[in-house]
Design a protein around this ligand. Structure first.
Ligand code: GLV
Ligand code: MN
Ligand code: MN
Length: 411
């Protein structure tokens, strides 16, 4: 019913568009992003959809239902990647959904609702330090102030959009009305080891963990690495090192908590100069919002205490926060039926990673289907899935779509 080999071939084709030679890095609104938009638009049209790029840089394909203009079942995932990424995080969900529509189209099957497939432009937040830009625009929660955020070269989001040929003033038009979207379903690789450990090809997501992101700037005093005695230094990097360990230690106190310092920059950055300025990021996640906010508070207190003791000036900027997003039980049941229809065991599991559904949940109930990945590895070039598992995942999604009943949508 779905062409498994084509799913992996298309993931390979998208992965060839990378700024990183010999690997995969594709950030939002880059030339590589433009190239994959063109490919995906072509595949959507080939699958019988009307497809276009929206004002935030999402690729949007629409397959009409039994008559034009019906509310849609929304499917999709993202087309941007982290740095030195794998080929399937995001892309599997876009290509798998197109494959489902291609199957319907090849049978000339129209449903009592439309299907929209979206390749979100930004989910990872690598370029502008804020995530889910594409899905937030669709959900109508895009904050105009974000347009002023700058990338590492000082280019503002508004200018990057214009450079890409998009009009930031049209972003509000990307927002969907609640009644126009019946539900949102996303196919995604698990990005963790649970399904593989249990010998299962797919699993049904119960909820997506919440996250908090911070940027911390420490200012000490740069100086000569040979002349300033240790007790007279205000070394911003040594202070940051203590903060990094505190971030780790706080998360280690609770098995459900994770926290990461994923990026750090020290200035001026020379072997013989005491670092005077450091910035680093903090990412905290948990399946319970109170647990996460307690951890953030503990991290802030540690940063204050470490910087005070070392006579370092510390500034903390909250970057972004999302609460736990539950998947809708009625959609999970329907996914379960689709899994059971293939005589596979039904496994429910939470998602530690963030997904576009977090934003889309503001306008529609959401569901997610995870596909097993090798070694549970993701956000790495070692990310890998089998063609068989991709086919099972897309096949379950297709079953879910074909058995979706519009009268089951809660009012
Ligand atoms: C996205 O992949 C995230 O969870 O950071
Ligand atoms: Mn990711
Ligand atoms: Mn992803």
């Amino acid at each position: 019913m779905v062409e498994a080999a084509r799913i992996l071939q298309r993931c390979d084709a998208l992965a060839r568009h990378s700024e990183l030679e010999g690997g995969l890095t594709r950030v939002y609104l880059s030339p590589e992003h433009r190239a994959v938009c063109a490919l995906v638009l072509g595949w959507m049209r080939e699958a019988g959809m009307q497809a276009e790029l929206d004002a935030i840089g999402n690729v949007v394909g629409r397959y009409e239902g039994s008559r034009p203009g019906l509310p849609c079942l929304m499917l999709g995932s993202h087309l941007d990647t982290v740095r030195d990424a794998g080929k399937y995080d995001g892309m599997l969900g876009v290509i798998g959904a197109i494959e489902c529509v291609a199957s319907l189209n090849s049978r000339k099957k129209r449903l009592p609702f439309a299907i929209e497939v979206i390749g979100f432009g930004d989910e990872e937040g690598v370029r502008f330090g804020t995530t889910l830009l594409g899905s937030r625009a669709v959900a109508g929660s895009f904050d105009k102030q974000v347009l002023e955020m700058k990338d590492s070269s000082g280019i503002a989001l508004a200018d990057a959009l214009r450079e890409f040929g998009l009009d930031p003033a049209r972003i509000p038009q990307v927002a969907r009305k609640k009644h126009a979207v019946l539900a949102y379903a996303e196919l995604h690789i698990e990005q963790g080891p649970v399904l593989e450990a249990e010998g299962l090809p797919v699993g049904i997501v119960t909820a997506i963990n919440g996250f908090s992101r911070l940027r911390v700037a420490l200012r000490g005093q740069a100086g000569h690495a040979g002349t300033v005695p240790m007790h007279l230094r205000r070394d911003a990097l040594a202070a940051a090192a203590e903060c990094v360990l505190a971030v780790e230690m706080i998360a280690k106190k609770h098995p459900e908590l994770v926290s990461t310092v994923g990026r750090i920059e020290a200035k001026p950055g020379a072997i013989n100069v005491i670092p005077g300025e450091v910035t680093f990021t903090v990412d905290v996640r948990a399946p319970k919002d109170a647990l996460r906010s307690d951890a953030v508070r503990a991290i802030l207190a540690e940063i204050k205490s470490i910087s005070g003791r070392r006579k370092i000036e510390a500034k903390v900027e909250p970057l972004q926060e999302f609460g736990v997003t539950a998947c809708a039980p009625w959609l999970m049941q329907r996914l379960e039926r689709a899994v059971a229809a293939r005589e596979l065991p039904v496994r429910r599991l939470p998602s530690g990673a963030g997904h576009d559904g977090m934003a889309i949940s503001a306008i529609a109930d959401i569901a997610m289907l995870f596909v097993r990945c090798k070694g549970g590895i993701s956000h790495s070039p070692l990310e890998s899935i089998t063609a068989d598992d991709a086919a099972i995942g897309a096949g379950v999604l297709l079953h879910f779509i074909e058995n979706f009943e519009t009268n089951a949508v809660p009012a």
